[in-house]
Design a protein around this ligand. Structure first.
Ligand code: NAI
Length: 455
């Protein structure tokens, strides 16, 4: 039986990075992956959707080139080309992950991994035909789309009428109409793409706002920007049934039905904890998610879990950090996971990015705050580049310590800027110290500096 210091179940962002970091730390790890290295993020999530959205952005610029003195005639988008390019990008990055693991001499078992038990030497794991042993285990099995028991959904998925985020990324035709069930991150990104390339898109969302935990004003501004692009929103509407060519939902004024060529089901994801053999060694699972502490340890000594599987923050960048924390703890290096400064981004056009507290979460936690907000038009580069952009930046300061605790932005480059605000929050920088930092000019990031002086 092959024996390893660490057996990692799942080769997504948490799993592959853990393999790399463990090898760098001098451990002998192995990764088990049943599908493709890179997991959902690389194969059917973050990266594929960004190739779609970038093509949509270029197309949008081409359509509105006249705003910038550029004449474009016959601008068109070839969706099939976009899908083929997406596949090429994914292939390249998956190969890159494989090459990196190979360079670190981390073996990858291409099989389904299942924990079978514990011996004096460690944990036994079945990797397809082979049984391997891990002195320690790291569970990084990810998550899967929630498919609710709504009448007609199962049949719709079978017939190809209802798609999840996995299938929609391989859709070769542009649906004439698309009903998106769930106005969260996946729903909005796909709504943004398909509306730009010509589908008639409607979003049905149970809550009275889109983008769930997103700061309220940002969420409202994003909704307006999406509506201006032709997306119809049905808020406060719970989908109750899916027919052969329609979606039914309950609205405040009664039941409604809308026809659709395709339906995207994006009502959230759940940890993929079934069939891992967790019960064989008594790993604690709550509401489907593996319970972890600040070092990513489970209740079983030597067993860790990182990424979507613990259900804490289903984001690839959280997964990376959790994987590092887990490996560091295994090798006795001081480290722990902090969740207070994890940025979140929605790659719609305009982009939305936020980190830390909103006014609402601060109030819930009893944090006294001062808030400042400025239009993006205060950043020269933004005005130079974005015609009629209506974005803004909102900063939230903890008045007890004069530290930044929240930053929320809507507008181009938000995704690339938010890391700076995250760094300020994570390191608990005082506002006065942040004011001393020199930002490059002209950049859109200067909006953060400008807004600081309003606090
Ligand atoms: P989500 O949790 O972001 O949004 C799901 C939405 O569906 C919620 O607003 C919920 O109220 C609504 N909903 C639930 N049941 C409903 C019903 N019966 N009728 C109408 N609405 C209903 O989940 P989503 O968009 O599926 O994304 C899954 C995960 O993937 C998230 O955790 C997200 O963080 C991650 N992700 C992150 C991305 C990014 O960072 N840019 C991109 C895509 C996904």
């Amino acid at each position: 039986m092959q024996s390893f210091d660490l057996v990692i179940i799942g080769g997504g962002p948490a799993g592959y990075l853990a393999g790399e970091r463990a090898a760098q730390a001098g451990l002998k790890p192995a990764v088990i992956e049943k599908r493709a290295l890179g997991g959902v993020c690389l194969n059917e999530g973050c990266i594929p959707s960004k190739t779609f959205l970038n093509s949509a952005k270029i197309y949008d610029y081409a359509l509105h080139g006249d705003k910038y003195g550029v004449t474009t005639t016959g601008a068109a988008i070839d969706h099939n080309f976009v899908v083929r390019r997406k596949n090429k990008v994914v292939k390249k990055l998956v190969a890159g992950v494989g090459a990196k693991l190979k360079a670190h001499e981390v073996p990858v078992f291409k099989a389904e991994g299942g924990i079978t038990g514990k011996t004096a030497e460690g944990f036994t794991v079945q990797a397809g035909e082979e049984t391997i042993l891990g002195k320690k285990l790291l569970i990084c099995a990810g998550s899967e789309a929630i498919v609710p028991p709504i009448p007609g959904v199962k049949e719709g998925i079978e017939s190809g009428f209802v798609l999840t985020s996995r299938e929609i990324l391989d859709l070769t035709e542009v649906p004439e109409s698309l009903v998106v069930v769930g106005g969260g991150v996946i729903g909005l990104e796909m709504a943004s793409y398909f509306a730009t390339i010509g589908s008639k898109v409607s979003v049905v969302e149970m809550l009275d706002k889109i983008a769930g935990p997103t700061e309220n004003e940002v969420s409202a501004a994003l909704q307006k920007a999406c509506a201006d692009k032709g997306i119809t929103f049905h808020l406060g509407c719970k989908v109750t049934a899916v027919g052969a060519d329609s979606v039914s939902f309950e609205a405040a004024d009664g039941k409604q039905e809308i026809k659709a060529a395709k339906v995207l089901l994006s009502i959230g994801r759940r940890a993929a904890s079934a069939n891992l053999g967790l019960e064989a060694i008594g790993v604690l699972v709550e509401r489907g998610a593996v319970v972890t502490d600040q070092h990513m340890q489970t209740n079983v000594a030597g067993v860790y879990a990182a990424g979507d599987i613990n259900g804490k923050s289903m984001l690839a960048h959280t997964a990376y950090r959790e994987a590092e924390v887990a490996v560091n703890h295994m090798v006795g290096k001081r480290d722990q996971m902090r969740y207070n400064a994890i940025p979140s981004v929605i790659y719609t056009n305009p982009e939305v990015a936020g980190v830390g507290e909103t006014e609402q979460t601060a109030a819930e936690k009893g944090i006294p705050v001062k808030v400042a907000k400025l239009p993006m038009a205060y950043a020269g580069r933004y005005v130079a580049e974005v015609e009629r952009g209506e974005g803004f930046c909102k900063l939230i300061m903890d008045t007890r310590y004069n530290t930044l605790v929240g930053c929320h932005i809507i507008g181009s480059y938000a995704s690339e800027m938010i890391f700076g605000a995250g760094l300020m929050i994570e390191t608990e920088m005082k506002i006065d110290n942040i004011k001393e930092l020199v930002f490059p000019h002209p950049t859109v990031s200067e909006i953060i500096r400008e807004t600081l002086f309003e606090l």
